[in-house]
Ligand binder design. Structure first.
Ligand SMILES: Nc1ncnc2c1ncn2[C@@H]1O[C@H](COP(=O)(O)OP(=O)(O)OP(=O)(O)O)[C@@H](O)[C@H]1O
Ligand SMILES: [Mg+2]
Length: 234
């Protein structure tokens, strides 16, 4: 059997403040295999973003173990976590998080400029254009983000997430700031990427979009309702 891309074993997360303890995640077991398309849904506050942050090594769990491509990443230092994150994870957020002062090309190129492989300019150019073609925006390389529609900006963010060829795309509410037509276009792009082999794990409130995933995970109060082992037809 091939190694899982992401493997979470009994992951728990407690947020502690002076007067309050929040059990945001309770013993989460989840496997994401190569080529999977997983959606994570559930009511506000159920722990979706917390789970995605732990998967993306932006936060650490309070208990349990976490493996990326078979490597135990539960207790990495901040530097080690950043290194694994840059090499393995592509993020897409609701708010696009593009840099307004940079062109589309430079936004997408950014992860490669900090990459451990230190690709040269010709390699960067080829890869950036390849990724912009995948999201249908290679004709917009010189534009600034504020010269694009919301849906186009999110597609630039997808290209940026893809550019360093990550093992998995982690996506949090990609359509939250978009009108329904742009949202449908963004979801089509994700669907196409998955069809050619990109592994995707996506948080969404929208049941229509959750249904596009092949594995649907329902969270409630920090725990998984549906077994992720059960593949539901989307
Ligand atoms: N930094 C933090 N400190 C304390 N509590 C937190 C923190 N981050 C999240 N929480 C709590 O953990 C729980 C899960 O939050 P999380 O953001 O993961 O929910 P969510 O499912 O993503 O919600 P939404 O759909 O509204 O985005 C909530 O009760 C939240 O208040
Ligand atoms: Mg959230």
């Amino acid at each position: 059997m091939s190694t899982a891309i992401l493997l979470l074993k009994n992951i728990g997360k407690i947020f502690e403040t002076e007067e309050l303890e929040t059990h945001a995640l309770k013993s989460i077991n989840l496997t994401v295999n190569k080529g999977d398309y997983v959606s994570i849904s559930g009511p506000s506050g159920c722990g979706k973003s917390t789970l995605l942050s732990i998967m993306g090594l932006l936060d650490v769990s309070s208990s349990g173990e976490y493996f990326i491509e078979g490597v135990n990443v539960t207790d990495l230092s901040l530097d080690q976590a950043a290194e694994v994150r840059n090499a393995k994870i592509g993020f897409i957020f609701q708010s696009f998080n593009l840099i307004d002062e940079l062109s589309v090309f430079d936004n997408v190129a950014l992860p490669l400029r900090y990459h451990a492989d230190k690709p040269n300019n010709a390699t960067i150019k080829k890869r950036v254009i390849e990724c912009l073609e995948k999201v249908g925006l290679s004709h917009r390389i010189s534009h600034k983000p504020n010269q694009l529609s919301g849906g186009q900006q999110q597609r630039v963010a997808i290209a940026r997430a893809l550019v360093a060829n990550p093992a998995v795309l982690l996506v949090d509410e990609p359509t939250g700031n978009l009108d329904s037509k742009s949202a449908d276009q963004v979801m089509d792009v994700l669907d196409q990427l998955n069809k050619v082999g990109t592994t995707i794990c996506m948080v969404t409130h929208d049941p229509r979009y959750a249904d596009m995933a092949r594995t649907k995970v329902q969270l409630l109060d920090g725990a998984i309702l549906h077994s992720p082992g059960v593949k539901l037809v989307g």
